[in-house]
Design a binder for this molecule. Structure first.
Ligand SMILES: [Zn+2]
Ligand SMILES: [Zn+2]
Length: 334
């Protein structure tokens, strides 16, 4: 079977590897689609993702597909089932798992490396997809599950004002979910002019760049600021524009070597809370339910469908990633 590897030194390679054989508790899935995540790009650039990166590694973790074989002990799935996989395995018995903090599992590892023709995650990481949900949209389950966890943390009150930095794939999904959470005013901060239009289309009331926001934030008490870029400057600015009693969520993955500067006095006088969100504990089913409900516009977010062979160029130049979500087409079934 073929798989797309990051081999180190900003190089990508498609390799022919041995066919996977499912263990007793595993589900073998023919991958249909896999989203390209910012963390894949991080890894390609030699930075760590959710875990340290030691190449060669198969990229991808946002995948959907069709079951082709199941292990002896698997009870919930059979060949032909349409599924999505939660890529994050947790052991269930370490000190963090015992407290329900499964995203910090000491034995956590990736079990759905989706830049490959097949994956073999354990049954507990596999989720059924209803017939009403196409497999390309289902590949949003993992990024959306991370968003659901982030939103769980800040618990947005109806009627509040929410600012969102960055209208990439994550920001585009967030704007819509925040709209449904009952926010009265949503402000998107983004530099690309076309994305400002998309922001309004997806539900933002105000769409401005990071200079213009400085002219307007003092007249509005911004209750929540969600940073979805991972940029040091916008993380710093998020503390500046946050209003009294505001909650800030740094969702974007920052550069591990770059510190963010905060003016403590400014934070003190506003009684700021800063949240970070790590992975997707107990949120995959809810993400699939949201996607199945059809309330999210995912079509306008996808900027390209690429193949295992040509996604290497994209990792290098990010031509389509700058415009939205890049989907890797494996079997391409819907
Ligand atoms: Zn991801
Ligand atoms: Zn554990």
């Amino acid at each position: 079977m073929k798989a797309g590897y990051y081999v180190g030194d900003r190089k990508y390679q498609v390799r022919d590897i041995q066919e996977l054989i499912p263990g007793d508790n595993d589900v073998k899935i023919k991958v249909a689609w896999c989203g390209l995540c910012a963390t894949d790009v991080h890894k390609f650039n030699g930075k760590n993702g959710a875990s340290p990166v030691i190449p060669p590694i198969i990229l991808g973790h946002e995948c959907s597909g069709i079951v082709v074989q199941v292990g002896k002990a698997v009870t919930r799935f059979k060949p032909g089932d349409r599924v999505a996989a939660d890529p994050s395995f947790h052991c269930g018995h370490c000190e963090f798992c015992q407290q329900g903090l499964v995203n910090f599992c000491k034995n956590r590892h990736g079990v759905a490396k989706g830049f490959a023709e097949y994956i073999c995650p354990p049954e507990k990481n596999v989720y059924p997809i209803p017939d009403s949900l196409d497999l390309r949209t289902a590949a949003f389950a993992e990024p959306l599950s991370c968003i659901v966890h982030g939103l769980d943390l800040i618990n947005i009150k109806s009627g509040s004002t929410v600012a969102i930095y960055g209208l990439g794939a994550i920001g585009s999904l967030l704007v819509q979910l925040v709209r449904y959470s009952g926010a009265a005013k949503i402000i998107v901060i983004e530099r690309e002019p076309e994305k400002l239009l998309l922001a309004k289309h997806l539900g933002a009331n105000i769409a401005v760049d990071d200079v213009e926001i400085l002219n307007i934030y003092k007249d509005i008490n911004i209750d929540y600021v969600i940073e979805c870029i991972g940029n040091t400057k916008t993380m710093e600015q998020s503390c500046e524009i946050a209003g009294k009693n505001a909650k800030i969520l740094w969702f974007g993955l920052g550069d591990p070597e770059q510190a963010v500067k905060i003016n403590q006095y400014n934070a003190f006088t506003k009684e700021l809370s800063i949240f970070t969100s790590y992975l997707n504990p107990y949120s995959t089913k809810r993400a699939i339910d949201i996607l199945s409900s059809g309330i999210l516009n995912t079509k306008d977010i996808i900027s390209a469908e690429l193949t295992l062979e040509n996604i290497g160029d994209e990792l290098d130049n990010l031509a389509f990633s700058r415009q939205g979500k890049v989907m890797l087409k494996l079997s391409g079934e819907l």
